[in-house]
Design a protein around this ligand. Structure first.
Ligand SMILES: NC(=O)c1ccc[n+]([C@@H]2O[C@H](COP(=O)([O-])OP(=O)(O)OC[C@H]3O[C@@H](n4cnc5c(N)ncnc54)[C@H](O)[C@@H]3O)[C@@H](O)[C@H]2O)c1
Length: 257
């Protein structure tokens, strides 16, 4: 799909990889971008920076009414939704047993599942509904969905039970969604990033961050958010890429701790 003038919804778009992608798609590709995020202050600041090809819609990805209203606001302002990049997620420790050896509380696991997995499904399905109304480009493409997973989906570390399981769930959506939505000309792919320096990565304790950096292979450095944005553009532009998960991680593989 050609990106110029297309409308791209980016959840978690007020920060980190989502915001970097919004910058790239507007500046390098001429897209129009709708940022969906719970952080209104950061979202409004992002639109001030990005200009009138961007809009912010305060959105909680865990709520179907919130997402429905946000998709309607995008269609109202920009006329359509052509691509959807699901970056919104939360990170936090989660083990099977707590420090006292007791079964861990379900609340943290459930909250992460709601944002990182249910939220992805919610935005994907409501954007896909809007995409079905697009005229197919080149007779075949109405829309593109990119769901953001993580290297932790494959090699989760100790303490990453909830995060890893939700990110593996995102990968599990790929094939059934791509098969179902293919009939409507909508492709579904995922990116599993390694470590990129964003506000989410900055939450990690400095000693853990240093050990994660040491696990990168080549190039031996953290990812640049512009490299992530470039990968999103490639997925949107390449019509034959479907049902795939791209590991964008400099061949790094997480160890147990
Ligand atoms: N940064 C990394 O190294 C890294 C590595 C692997 C995977 N990822 C994944 O990449 C994606 C982007 O990560 P990031 O580092 O840019 O994170 P970030 O913390 O900078 O941004 C996440 C955004 O999601 C928003 N958000 C949280 N809950 C929400 C909700 N309920 N509804 C709407 N918005 C909500 C936050 O307000 C924030 O703006 C995430 O899915 C993350 O799991 C990041």
């Amino acid at each position: 799909m050609q990106i110029a003038d297309k409308v791209v919804v980016i959840t978690g778009g007020a920060s980190g990889l989502g915001l970097a992608t919004a910058r790239y798609l507007i500046a390098e590709k001429g897209a129009r971008v709708a940022l969906f995020d719970v952080n209104a202050e950061a979202g409004n600041a992002a639109v001030t920076e990005l200009g009138d090809r961007a809009m912010f819609v305060a959105t909680d990805v865990t709520s179907d009414t919130s997402v429905r209203a946000s998709v309607a606001a995008v269609v109202d302002r920009f006329g359509a939704v052509h691509a959807c990049i699901n970056c919104a997620a939360i990170l936090g420790p989660s083990k099977v047993l707590d420090k006292e050896g007791k079964a861990t509380s379900l609340a943290r696991f459930a909250q992460m599942a709601m944002v990182n997995l249910v939220g992805v499904f919610n935005v994907m399905s409501q954007c896909a509904e809007a995409m079905t109304r697009n005229d197919p480009e080149n007779g075949e493409e109405r829309g593109v969905v990119i769901n953001i997973s993580s290297g932790a989906a494959f090699e989760g570390q100790i303490g990453q039970c909830a995060y890893s399981a939700t990110k593996a769930g995102v990968i599990g959506l790929n094939i059934p969604a791509a098969r179902e939505l293919g009939a409507q000309g909508i492709r579904v792919n995922a990116i599993a990033p390694g470590l990129f320096l964003t506000p989410m990565a900055a939450q990690v304790a400095p000693e853990v961050l240093a050990s994660l950096k040491a696990m990168t292979e080549a190039p031996r450095r953290l990812g640049d958010p512009a490299e992530f944005a470039h990968c999103c553009a490639f997925i949107i532009e390449n019509a034959y890429l479907n049902g795939e998960t791209i590991r964008l991680d400099a061949a790094s593989r997480l160890r147990a701790r």
